[in-house]
Design a protein around this ligand. Sequence first.
Ligand code: AGP
Length: 592
Amino acid sequence: MDGLTALAYRGYDSAGVAVWEGGEISLRKAKGRIDNLRAMLDKSPVSGKCGIGHTRWATHGEPSDVNSHPHTDSNKTLALVHNGIIENYLKLKEMLEKRGCVFVSETDTEVVAQLLGYLYRGNPLFALKQAVSLIEGSFALAILFADDPEAIYCTCKDSPMVLGHGDGESVVASDIPAILEYTRDVCFMQDRQIAVMRKDGISYYDEFGVSIEKTPTHIDWDVESAKKGNYEHFMMKEICEEPEAFRKTFEQYVSIKDFSLKAEKFPWDAARAKSMERLTIVSCGTAYHAGMLGKKFIEHMARLPVDVDIASEFRYSDALLKKGAPFMVISQSGETADTIAAMRRAKQLGCETMAVCNVTGSTISREAEHVLYTYAGPEIAVAATKTYLTQIIVMYLVALDLAEKRGEMTREQVAERLKKMQKVPVSMQKILDSRENIQFFASRAFAVKHVFFIGRGIDYALAMEAALKLKEISYIHSEAYAAGELKHGTIALIEDGSLVVALATQDELLPKIASNMEEVRVRGAHVLAVTNGRWEGAKGHSHEQWEIDRMDETLAPLCAIIPMQLLAYYLAVQKGCPVDQPRNLAKSVTVE
Ligand code: AGP
């Protein structure tokens, strides 16, 4: 149950467990959050030494008790949990129904359970090998066979799976936080490998059933960092950890004694940096927004053209990339299905792949040719906060490194920027220390129906992330708009009571954004200006002004994101939303 709770951020439509107990497999499943399952187990406990559990994010079949995992075959010879999507489940279901299998759920997962039951002739490994060769799609499966009650059989394809080698126990999960309490020595499963876990060890096999050796990796994450501590929500804890995450990431890439970049940390030398014609960045959601900001940084400082695309679009696009072209993905989890597919496509095209990633051992970090790690530590809340910050820090440092190696900036100019950058966490902390002001604003504004985040240039890229943060956790309709584009249609939506947050951190563009603020103010919007130091010009065009410490304009988004995250958080709390686990969302989107 603790493991499932740690994984609740990946899905929470329903939950269930199966335990081998007194000669048979006992099941408990409940629709809704994990607490419903907990209550059910309090009333009707199970006990045993070998079990599997699941917390679901529905893809096939509505969230319901019967669609919850674990699923069994008709004879209850096995129970299994599944993460992923079985793409040929209808074909398999038809074939199994013709052979007498009676299905009880609407899920694709039950097809795997019935298929395994149908193929099973007393040898779990053999049945599993056969089943894996027949199913198409993505899967991470953990299976309990009634005939082999002290073992769990596992396999996966295109879905993450981590196995922990504990002391007198073995554990498996789809993400590290679920097993950190039990062991830090883990192995990551590769596609179609099979593992058989027993309390005294784990045996690994390749897809042909041939025994293989795997060496565990030691995970040095702090257990506490995956816990909520005294905070009401993980999201607030993670926002408060941002100054520290900033320092950690910064120090990994920058030598503090002389404010120089650690050249070896970046996957290009000067010749390669100079030879680059274009960089393509591909990612999803918040990571896509980090890519958008990265584009602004890189084009501005390194004068290298950057294309940014959404992974789900890129993977089916014409992808006109040259052989050897640099191709970067950004992903905190390293497990986002579309991002993985996009990176594989780029590899097939002969691009040089690199990844900005927060999780060591994840699929993306294993498959990319080069990895630029972010050092945010585990992020549990569904809404990305500290991982976004560390992604944009890395993008900023990438821009500086490329600028220096391409001869667009001198080492002294770079050192000057880095010196200024090092001070940003102090300014971030000031905002965190006075966060009650934002809480107070949220207590007045939480009934707002529409929020527009507007900005130009760097501020527009930041606005995109601010709008996503707000909508995903507070369910308030919000949009990001390039401030100058508003009047080409979207301004029609502005009415009395709309909230417009004008991100105005770039001096040169202030007169322009002032006009855009005025356009919405006179149409009834409540205008909040977020500024880089005091901006007297905001008076008259806005109803309030939130200032960050005055800083180099290129650095401003690294700090200005904090009030935006806090605004989203406090509005969601005021509305009584489940901040860490917003409806319909999962932390790692491991399905297409
Ligand atoms: C943002 O708050 C979301 N969690 C989501 O947009 C996320 O950034 C996206 O799914 C990509 O995830 P990744 O960074 O793990 O690839």
